[in-house]
Design a protein around this ligand. Structure first.
Ligand code: PEP
Ligand code: MN
Length: 338
């Protein structure tokens, strides 16, 4: 339920209303936006008598929220959420690039790629230390050593780092990671989501291979209901009957999500296509559809990559892609963070 307050209310009147509602055991979020002040109520709102609330002086209107996601709902928070990652902004009209290899392979590899993507305009470095692989015999990532190399690369380049967590017991190891990624396969790992909800750290939440937009938002809700409101949603393609591409990029999810939620939405054109030559056209399409940024796999030697070489761009191809984005960003009124 949302209660829209009159603009000229007095603090004393608001305090009285908050006190009364808190006695009903409801969670409340007060959002002072540019246009209005909104009080969101989460919990069993059937105990609330709408007519009584409407009769209160400072109340403009009251609406019940039909959707099961509340904190993530744009009706609760009309303005875009802007997430600040060490000074780099995501959301609210900004366009942010995250780039780097699928997995960290060596000190030289991650540093070389980081320096190159930074010079092209990447605001953050991605790189997997713990890799979810279909085969138990495939390279599983350098794990703790990979995290260490990522931290060293951050020190050298100043780029904030984004890396995937797969295990609740690893949370302490991720204490100095700037953005924790929840991969597609763990989008509904609810115990992990609950623990991440206790942190005050940005979470990049990827859509599951077979999950609906509503399920993605409910997973964001798991994290937000624990108190962590710093969620970046990621459309990374879903599984369909098509076999030419690794997944099918659901471009319509971008404007839909932007309508349904205030959270920023980035697109992963690498995992959604699986084919490096499709990364540029799909990146441009994602920007045109209103994405707040892109997360792209870049490798200094794609043909020898230990993971996802076929979808990885060379640094040169990444530079060319960034150059092509400008016209589109101008057309959609987005401000590049580079
Ligand atoms: C990744 O980003 O390296 C990854 C494994 O992505 P996804 O979870 O989208 O498959
Ligand atoms: Mn990958």
């Amino acid at each position: 339920m949302v209660i829209i307050l009159k603009q000229n209310h007095e603090q004393r009147q608001l305090d009285n209303l908050l006190k009364w509602l808190s006695e009903l055991n409801l969670k409340m979020t007060l959002v002072k936006g540019e246009q209005s002040t909104i009080l969101g109520l989460i919990g069993d709102t059937s105990v609330v008598d709408i007519d009584m609330i409407k009769a209160i002086d400072i109340v403009e209107s009251v609406k019940r929220i039909q959707e099961p996601f509340k904190a993530a709902n744009r009706k609760f928070h009309p303005d875009d959420t802007i997430i600040d990652v060490a000074g780099r902004k995501i959301g609210g009209g900004n366009f942010t690039l995250v780039a780097g290899p699928c997995s960290i392979e060596s000190r030289e590899q991650i540093l070389d790629i980081a320096v190159k993507v930074k010079s092209c305009g990447a605001a953050m470095l991605r790189g997997g230390a713990f890799k979810p692989r279909t085969s138990p015999y495939a390279f599983q990532g350098l794990r703790a050593e990979g995290l260490e190399l990522l931290h060293e690369t951050k020190k050298e380049t100043g780029l904030p780092i984004v890396t995937e967590i797969m295990n609740v017991n690893h949370i302490d190891m991720f204490a100095n990671v700037d953005v924790i990624q929840v991969g597609a396969r763990n989008m509904q790992h609810f115990e992990l989501l609950k623990e991440l909800g206790r942190l005050n750290k940005p979470i990049l939440l990827k859509r599951g291979l077979a999950n609906t937009i509503e399920e993605l938002l409910m997973s964001a809700e798991y994290i937000m209901s624990g108190g962590n409101k710093n969620i970046i949603l990621c459309e990374r393609g879903i599984r369909t009957f098509e076999t030419y591409t690794r997944n099918t990029l659901d471009l319509s999810a971008i404007p839909l999500l932007k309508e349904l939620t205030h959270l920023p939405v980035v697109v992963d054109p690498s995992h959604s296509t699986g084919i490096s030559r499709l990364v540029k056209p799909m990146s441009l399409a994602a920007a045109a559809a209103g994405a707040d940024g892109l997360i792209i796999e870049v490798h200094n030697d794609p043909s020898h990559a230990l993971c996802d070489g076929a979808q990885s761009l060379t640094p040169d191809a990444f530079a060319e892609l960034v150059g092509s984005l400008n016209n589109i960003l101008q057309a959609v009124g987005k401000n590049p963070v580079y």
